[in-house]
Design a protein around this ligand. Sequence first.
Ligand code: MEV
Length: 330
Amino acid sequence: MSVARRPAKTGLVSARGNGKVILLGEHAVVHGVPALAAGLSLGASALARPAPAARLAVSPWGLEARPGDGSPLGAAFAALLEARGAAPERAQGAEQMVEAVVELPSEGGLGSSAALAVATLRALDRAEGIARDFEGSQAVALAWERVFHGEPSGIDTALALEGGLVRYRRALGEAPARRDALRAKALVLVVASSGERGETRRTVAHVAALRTREPDAFRASLRVFEDVVAEGERALVEGELEALGAALDRAQALLRGWGVSTPRLDRMCELSREAGALGAKLTGGGGGGCMIALAPDAPTRARVRAALAARGFSSFEATIGGSSSALEVR
Ligand code: MEV
């Protein structure tokens, strides 16, 4: 982990963090199983400027926080500032006012909180002339994420920092976190919102309680998850869309078994498959939020989106893999 000094920027400083979509392995990743995820080109941007007191304003959420003001955002901001301050090289001096714009829905499973944390951290670091490497940035962003997510695996913040298409395994015990870039032909996902807010802290705690209540059954389901992710990765890199779709369906069944899907997400997955998708599942924390569907071609994607739209579910398309390191969104 390294933190270095570089010339501080004067005036207004801007920075970004990416959103993400988890293809396979959410929740299981908290318990040590690898997960496959891609960065979104949508995320959050932040502007920092000198101010008498540290403040964070977030549009379009209409939120404004000061560290320790009693609000969840104020608590996350305070945790981030404290984690930054732990670096001995941190410049002393004026506080910063951060104005952030989040381009993703909150509690939608697309990593809006991590994107906001990373954009805020980067804007503050740039303004103060601090260059932090990946590990250093990840440690600070995780301090923020713990306020919202309880026990984050670090996948959201890793993707917020670097984007790309990766296999991610969290740090466990002595073993450090691993992120391996994956090469795959470009493929297009339909990403659709259930309109329900998914609270990741609650669903992560729910899965942790399952582990405590039924440790043997939970261990067995983690092994199945590990197989599903490995098979999904093989299918992804070899461009076998049908096998990848089957892995998405198996993952959705496991997530439903863990109680982190909702009837609405299940219905959206069914609608997508009936319209020709090769597979569909929730993405991210679940309990609401978004789902993804894999369709073999543009006409099928259009049918999937029309079937979802007819029931009031909005969607967009995102390209993962290929030469782009981040998803295009249209
Ligand atoms: C949230 O985007 C993904 C979860 O696996 C939580 C985490 O990994 O921190 C549900």
